[in-house]
Design a protein around this ligand. Sequence first.
Ligand code: AMP
Ligand code: ZN
Length: 478
Amino acid sequence: MVLKFYNTLGRKKMVFSPIKDKKVGLYTCGPTVYNYAHIGNLRTYIFEDILKRVLLFNGYKVKHIMNITDVSHLSQDEGERGEDKMILALKRENKELTPKALFEIANFYTKAFNQDIKKLNILKPTKQIKATSCIKQIIKLIKKIEKNGYTYQTSLALYFNVKKFKNYTQLAGQELEEKIKAARKEIVVDPEKKHPADFVLWFKLAGPHKNHILHWPSPWGEGFPGWHIECSAISLANLGVPFDIHCGGIDHIPVHHTNEIAQNEAAYGRKTVNFWMHGAFLCLDKEKMAKSKGNFLNLNELIKKGYHPLAYRYLTLTAHYRQPLNFSLESLNSAQNALFSLWQSLTTFPKPTRISNNYLKKFKEAVNDDLNMPKAISLTWELVKSEIPNSEKLATLLEFDKVLGLNFKKVWSNYRKIPKQIINLGKQREKLRQKKEFEKADKIRRKIKDLGYSVEDTSQGPIFKKIFKPTDLIKLKD
Ligand code: AMP
Ligand code: ZN
């Protein structure tokens, strides 16, 4: 079945097929490990996870590379502009300004990030690669760019000369003049810089970065790499030239990914990535959720408020990844109710038998059409409410869940058996009801409810159903 993705490069849906047989090279920009990820960041990682699962669903193997930024991501926020986010984290946490303390912080937030993605059922990348672990590759790539004539040096840095690169605005479709207006307002403007959109490939230990605690020797002096070169070097070194798909949030289109393309093509003289895919923002009160604006929430805060992490995953699947999603606790609540109700239905189904080809085909059509997850979710409900046998529903749902990632299998295997204790309590309640001791029978119903089950009285006797809680199936200590 044909697989189509919207390619930012070209601005339309295009048929996807991998460069090499059945193997897809996928690169996703990873976190800067200076703080916890917020749920806006996590929306982007869920979109990328769905993409990866859809590729796997289509029978492809996926080599997924993600960088971990532990140096060079400079803050653009008011009051701290131009400072390395990792150094800002050391200051915020009153830590010594030493490489050791920096790596401790980086490890701490990398671990926190991996715990978050695990709770959200995001498949772990094939490799996560720290920027500081590939300085050699970064220097090698910069040398290539330099050899091809795209760089110049000032006393502060080695720059990429954007005027030398003809296709600089191909991804964002902006005019260079527009880009200049949007160019970052640097706190220390380098007077030797030729063009406002020129960006740093290598920072020297000079000017504002004179005392940067991480530095390495290089042909341009002791210093540290720019942020954009990190992703170029890690992606190309691990996935080859060219590779299939590069992703991130839409904020990366005009600067980070535009600069990556410039670096890659300046080094290799050819197109290096076939598909560029971008996820839209998670918003709060119609504004982008961002740390700098203070309007953000972390996954653990949602858990503390009584939400299951997979309720957040479900919520993000109800909007298309290219549409902004406005976050509210009310919508999260509805998502959680919907998820729990799906889970409850599953637990009542007998062993899976055959897959419904009709539903599977419709599902595949939806996900293969640029990851139409709202359609996939509505098909899930259509299937659950349909007339086909429950055993077939379950077999089909387990297939769907390879993409949805909503723990259907775990839910079914952990909760389909009603615990003996509940059945015994049910029997006691029946006896009391027969003796018309309704007050005592109701007390037992409440006990059953406290143990996490509901009772429905039917002509064939009582039916028990699991009532799901936000703490089911997650290890909070993880
Ligand atoms: P950062 O750690 O800031 O580099 O961001 C990590 C990822 O989250 C990037 O791909 C960003 O584009 C993305 N991102 C940042 N803010 C949001 C948001 N509010 N909604 C969705 N994605 C976001
Ligand atoms: Zn990146």
